[in-house]
Design a protein around this ligand. Structure first.
Ligand code: ADP
Length: 235
């Protein structure tokens, strides 16, 4: 068994309120290196809460979250941000590119704060853009790129730090069907190359691309029909 990239031990999150809202009930989860996992659930089910915890954007109120074996609960805010920058590549529905910077510059900027030597940045950005099939559009501004190309730039930006985990939030939500399918093929390719991928989506077709699907409903994580542990008793 390869080592887990993500390990949740009783991880949960309750917003204090009043009234308190348990957005994620305490759960167990292990995602091994190289796995492609999708997370589905209706609106309001807790997907963003899960994403924010997994992406080190939010700290759980219960349990222990190990990322690459590192206990993230013990970290300062600055160390958590540093770990996030180095180990997690984010891909969002709306791309989040800087509109007045070229594809190359958008990817370069991802390396400024995470310790990549200045002389290595340009070759690495070029390599990442080649990997997503954009070797011919290095100097293009996002406004001159199609939606699919923009998402490829965003994926290159996510990959350039050589993260342990690619964390995608509705990566095809803003794309037409044909473009979406080419972005999904790119994710398949990255998975074949060994990347660990976690995709959060409400789209069953996107969810079906993963090797393993986790459902969230009313803050409860379920996997392969088996309920994970939860602290309270279901009504
Ligand atoms: P999803 O991403 O699946 O739409 P969320 O994770 O955003 O779901 O929300 C899960 C639940 O937590 C919802 O009931 C939502 O209203 C609640 N929630 C989200 N953020 C907060 C907050 N800051 N304070 C209180 N409740 C919240």
């Amino acid at each position: 068994m390869t080592r887990p990239v993500i390990e949740f031990r009783g991880v949960g999150l309750t917003y204090p309120g009043p009234p308190p809202v348990t957005a994620l009930h305490p759960c167990e989860l292990s995602i091994a290196q190289g796995e492609y996992v999708t997370v589905v659930g209706p609106s309001g089910s807790g997907k963003s809460t899960f994403l924010n915890i997994a992406g080190l954007l939010d700290v759980p109120t219960a349990g222990t979250y190990l990322l690459d074996g590192i206990d993230t609960g013990a970290l300062s805010d600055a160390d958590r941000a540093g770990l996030r920058g180095r180990r997690i590549g984010f891909v969002f529905q709306s791309f989040h590119l800087l509109p007045h910077r070229s594809a190359m510059e958008n990817v370069l900027l991802a390396m400024v704060y995470n310790g990549v030597a200045r002389s290595d940045r340009r070759p690495r950005a070029r390599e990442a853009l080649l990997r997503v099939g954009l070797g011919h559009r290095l100097d293009a501004l996002p406004t001159r790129l199609s939606g699919g190309e923009r998402q490829r730039v965003a994926i290159a930006r996510a990959l350039v730090s050589r993260p342990s985990l690619l964390l995608c939030d509705e990566p095809t939500g803003n794309l037409d069907t044909a473009t979406a399918s080419s972005v999904l093929e790119l994710l398949d390719q990255l998975h074949r190359d060994g990347m660990t991928i976690l995709v959060i989506t409400h789209d069953p077709e996107v969810a079906a691309r993963g090797q393993r699907t986790i459902a969230i409903r009313d803050g409860v994580l379920t996997e392969q029909g088996v309920f994970t542990e939860r602290a309270d008793t279901p009504a």
